[in-house]
Design a protein around this ligand. Structure first.
Ligand code: GLY
Ligand code: MN
Ligand code: MN
Length: 478
């Protein structure tokens, strides 16, 4: 497989083939210490990944299940995007190595035997470790297969054998698609789209209710995110002197230092950009008197992300109109949050928030009542635009392959984690609202865990009420 040819691999640095004398090639083979690590403990989530695999095994008895991590993607020429393992693979293994493949082999009464296929350490004999662009001297030491087995609590074999293993396999097989073209090629005549989709749906629905490890990760993600928002408030004057990019860069620093990355492109939307729901160009000015809509989330090293929005007055004080709109969104969020309880329908919190926003729009004279009629026709949506929330986890829009009856038409259960994020957006070119409304966008978004008796707001370290936001900003800016 990639970067592991049996003969001396093609050199990649600058695309220029280095001249290697026989003497140098021989020299590079020798004189390296044995660095095998004997002291490794299993990764903290090993017991959880074992339980998750057992649930998968029980759902598909007697079938071979193939879950690839995915491969590096080219950014340009010989540079790649940072690698992020597929959520299905990371969820079931705790590993995040590119090219990895988890295979569950049917094992009769035992259910399945799991095998993790990974690339072994670079070979010192054939020069791959220093001559290949993916060799260990270029990109870093890999775990040996023995080390990986200890870390992840499953037997580990050489991933270069996977195409043959899969081609030779008999009996029913399913694969999680769209991550590894080579794996899919090896399975091409054994799988069907419909059966593979059932595997994807199961793994999406399995993640609807978070286990203790996942809840701890989401809590950590929210805590880091709150620190990232504080970082941004402290540098708002520098953002004013530069652009929204200063805000993006400031938050990114926190995400990279404390986590893996941002969980999605940070939305750093100042002034009228706040009315663009996913404004990620972030190249506009930040002006005193405007609002800044900051929608950003730290993704932890184990790939769980927060998804938090605060709408902040750049100069620290809301104008009267900004406050009126902000407070309406706050009230809508409160109504939404109150509807996040076990046993409620997933749709309930959206409907509760939409009702409040609609009442305000009627009260302000932007829509003609009665409220019931507006809600029935959905007329408020010109300014509310999006749903009030979604599941959150390893994907910002988590569990997206879940069936309607389990998710959007389903019921909230303890352990589910979701966002509550109402908003009002008055486009700069909206001639149906008074001029002073135009270009104002407000969203407030929190991450909420459904508990046995209600919910816990994981992002409540950040203030939400307008006057609390002002006091918090004043405090941070000294
Ligand atoms: N950050 C994207 C969302 O709120 O859904
Ligand atoms: Mn969201
Ligand atoms: Mn968001």
């Amino acid at each position: 497989m990639q970067g592991t040819a049996e003969t001396t691999p093609a050199p990649r640095k600058n695309g220029v083939a280095p001249q290697v004398s026989d003497e140098l090639a021989e020299n590079m083979k020798h004189g390296w210490a044995d660095t095998e690590r004997q002291d490794l403990d299993p990764v903290p989530q090993a017991e959880h990944t074992a339980r998750r695999r057992a649930a998968l095994s029980a759902r598909f008895p007697g079938e071979r299940l193939v879950i690839p991590a995915g491969r590096l993607k080219t950014r340009s020429n010989d540079t790649e995007y940072p690698f992020r393992a597929s959520v299905e693979y990371a969820y079931l293994t705790g590993d995040q190595t590119e090219n990895g493949v988890l295979v569950l082999e049917p094992a009769g009464e035992r259910g399945h035997d799991a095998t993790l296929y990974l690339l072994p350490r670079s070979d010192r004999e054939n020069g791959e470790f220093w001559l290949s662009g993916q060799g260990e001297l270029w990109v870093g030491r890999r775990n040996s297969l023995t080390e990986a087995a200890r870390l992840y609590g499953v037997p580990v074999k050489d991933v270069r054998t996977v195409p043959d293993v899969l081609r030779e396999a008999t009996g029913p097989v399913r694969v999680v698609r769209a991550h590894d073209a080579e794996v899919e090629k090896a399975l091409a005549d054994k799988v069907t789209a419909e059966r593979d989709e059932e595997l994807r749906v199961f793994l999406s629905e399995a993640r609807l209710v978070k286990d203790a490890f996942e809840i701890a990760e989401l809590t950590r993600a929210c805590e880091s995110t709150a620190r990232g928002f504080e970082d941004v408030v402290r540098v708002l004057d520098r953002a004013e002197a530069t652009s929204e990019r200063y805000i993006e860069g400031t938050f990114f620093l926190r995400a990279r230092v404390e986590g893996n990355d941002v969980g999605y492109g940070s939305i750093c939307a100042a002034g009228p950009h706040a009315t663009t729901l996913h404004w990620v160009r972030n190249d506009g000015p930040v002006r005193s008197g405007d609002l800044l809509l900051l929608d950003a989330g730290v993704e932890t090293t184990e790939l769980y992300t927060a998804d938090v929005t605060r709408t902040l007055p750049v100069n620290g004080r809301f104008t009267d109109l900004q406050r009126k709109i902000y407070d309406a969104v706050y009230e809508a969020q409160e109504a939404g949050l109150a509807a996040v309880v076990p046993g409620a329908k997933f749709r309930d919190f959206h409907q509760a928030a939409q009702r409040v926003l609609t009442e305000k729009l009627v009260e302000w004279g932007l829509l003609e009542g009665p409220v019931e009629r507006v809600l029935e026709l959905g007329l408020q949506r010109r300014w509310t635009l999006h749903g009030t929330g979604h599941m959150l986890g390893m994907d910002v829009h988590d569990c997206a392959a879940a069936r309607r009856e389990s998710y959007v038409d389903g019921t909230l259960e303890p352990g589910m984690c979701l966002t509550v994020e109402p908003g009002l957006y008055f486009q700069p070119d909206d001639l149906t609202v008074p001029e002073e409304y135009r270009g104002i966008g407000v969203r407030i978004e929190d991450d909420v865990l459904v508990t046995e008796d209600g919910h816990r707001n994981l992002s409540d370290a950040l203030p939400r009420r307008s006057y609390e936001v002002e006091a918090w900003m004043a405090d941070l800016r000294g």
